[in-house]
Design a binder for this molecule. Structure first.
Ligand code: G3I
Length: 312
């Protein structure tokens, strides 16, 4: 059976997985599956500010380095995730009462330190993650509070100063055609129009309640690529439960949505994990067994479906 990696090479796209560092260090099956099947990685958590933090203002890059070194060894594309996010950052970054100058310094130092360290080794960065609120407008965060909407510009500008990676805006619930997808479209259109150095948009595509119609994903990818932006599917998973009834329906959806996104111009597809034993969805009650490999690392029908989608 063809690997995802072979099919992706033929289709001239990357197919990746989010990587859990503990599993990478301790589980041979995990490592072998990752290296054999995928040609791209995202650190699921290791490049977020919280896990990187070591005391006040310090950094410990051991976990993130392990992901990047594994990728180097296996000739994999690296998506860095995520420089600016309202979750998983160290407590000392609070409170939200910083002056604009102080917040700006903090933002710049963090981006310079992390994106600068991986210059030439991270190929794409999620520079700003999930900045659009579910009910519209920019999400209330300490960055918005201290710097106003301009914090988004500054984050991309600081990343462009120190990194040669492609710079992405990444969000969830903005995958197909929806009010939030329109908000994300408007946000990135405005960045492009004003010359802010954004190169792409990440559509997370976590599917566990409503099925996002593949045709809507295609339409969204098309309008974003029409802006001159790259589009990556960054966090794909499909929980069995509300959204799809069983492994066969899951496989069909994986096929249809990957084919739609890639045909419309998405050039990287990353699943949010390698195997069903390592997924954020089931513990939260958001569906079962959402990935391409089962807990024993056996290929599921969804694996063949993605290979087919990339081979057509
Ligand atoms: O590291 C601690 C560990 O020491 C402790 O024993 C364990 C007990 O619960 O918790 C561990 O931390 C957890 C961490 O994942 C590592 O497993 C955190 O509590 C937990 O909140 C964290 O969840 C991650 C979540 O982002 C928040 O950062 C998920 O793994 C990760 O899949 C999820 O990924 C996000 C993307 O970054 C952005 N888009 C949505 C996506 C899903 O929420």
């Amino acid at each position: 059976m063809r690997t995802l990696r072979d099919a992706a090479a033929d289709a001239d796209v990357h197919v990746g997985a989010a990587v859990d560092v503990d599993a990478l260090r301790t589980d041979t099956d995990y490592r072998q599956t990752l290296a054999r099947e995928f040609d791209a990685v995202t650190a699921e958590n290791a490049m977020k500010w919280g896990p990187l933090a070591d005391g006040e203002r310090g950094y410990d890059f051991a976990d993130a380095d392990d992901v990047v070194e594994f990728a180097d060894r296996h000739d994999m594309y690296v998506r860095g995730h995520a420089l600016v996010w309202h979750r998983m950052y160290p407590e000392w970054v609070r409170p939200w009462t910083r002056s604009a100058a102080d917040a700006d310094r903090l933002l710049r130092n963090h981006i310079y330190t992390v994106a600068g360290r991986y210059r030439g080794r991270v190929d794409a960065w999620d520079v700003v993650n999930e900045a659009v609120a579910d009910d519209g407008g920019l999400r209330e965060t300490q960055w918005l509070d201290a710097l106003g909407p301009e914090y988004v510009d500054r984050a991309f500008e600081y990343a462009a100063d120190v990194s040669d990676a492609d710079l992405f805006y990444n969000d969830y619930g903005a995958d197909g055609l929806s009010a939030k997808a329109d908000e994300v479209y408007d946000l990135v259109s405005d960045l492009v129009a004003r010359g802010v150095p954004v190169d792409g948009v990440g559509l997370q595509l976590h599917v566990f309640d409503d099925l996002v119609p593949p045709a809507d994903v295609a339409a969204n990818v098309e309008r974003l690529t029409d802006l001159g932006l790259d589009v990556h599917v960054t966090e794909l998973d499909v929980g069995i439960g509300e959204a799809v009834a069983d492994r066969e329906a899951q496989a069909q959806y994986y096929h249809d949505v990957v084919a739609a996104a890639v045909d419309a111009g998405a050039d990287t597809v990353v699943t949010w994990g390698v195997d069903d034993g390592q997924s954020w969805l089931p513990p939260l009650g958001h569906g079962e067994a959402p990935l391409l490999f089962d807990e024993e690392f056996a290929r599921k029908p969804a694996h063949g479906a993605v290979v087919d989608a990339l081979s057509e």
